[in-house]
Design a binder for this molecule. Structure first.
Ligand code: GNR
Ligand code: NI
Length: 171
């Protein structure tokens, strides 16, 4: 296992639409393991493959709350089958937009279909933080970031801040 670099704004790879995984190969299993390790190291509660520069429809997540417990999860080719009409608000952050947090409104509950790491197709109802996180991660697979839901003013401010930081880092 290895920790991989997480790409951050303004890296344009974050806007790619990731490709479905056709077969769970040893390379895919290694990528999922590395993503879990990278996510725990960050630390974050979810990670999409594009955040480690792999444009594949693969997500890792761990929503366990208690200290010392873990619940590593892998989602392959996840799809949202339906969304509730009710919305809920969570303060979101993103490892690709470090140290920026804003409230985002999303459907409170979603039904998701995905393949697990053993190749078994699963369907689950998600609510609470699980619903928010799976929607945030599936957005990454489609090149969408949580700042896209904010006002143009806020989005442009974030964009400028990260462009400036990249320029300074390159000097
Ligand atoms: O670690 C993360 N926390 C988080 C908090 C609220 C809503 C979504 C997230 S996902 C984020 C990690 C990340 O950037 N995943 O893509
Ligand atoms: Ni994110």
């Amino acid at each position: 296992m290895a920790i991989r670099d997480i790409i951050i704004l303004p890296d344009t790879q974050l806007r790619l639409v990731s490709k479905p995984i056709e077969k769970i190969t040893p390379e895919i299993r290694a990528l999922a393991d590395d993503m879990l390790e990278t996510m725990y190291d960050a630390p974050g509660i979810g990670l999409a493959a594009i955040q480690v520069a792999q444009p594949l429809r693969l997500i890792t997540m761990d929503l366990s709350k208690k200290e010392g417990e873990s619940d590593p999860r892998v989602f392959i080719n996840p799809e949202i089958l339906s969304s509730s009409e009710e919305f809920s608000v969570y303060e979101e952050g993103c490892l690709s937009i470090p140290e920026y947090y804003e409230e985002v409104e999303r459907p409170a509950r979603v039904r998701v279909r995905f393949m697990d790491i053993h190749g078994k197709v699963q369907e689950e109802d998600a609510d609470g933080l699980y619903a928010t996180c799976i929607q945030h991660e599936i957005d990454h697979l489609n090149g969408v970031l949580f700042v896209d839901y904010l006002s143009k003013l806020k989005r442009d401010m974030v964009g400028k801040k990260f462009k400036k930081a990249a320029k300074l880092a390159a000097k």
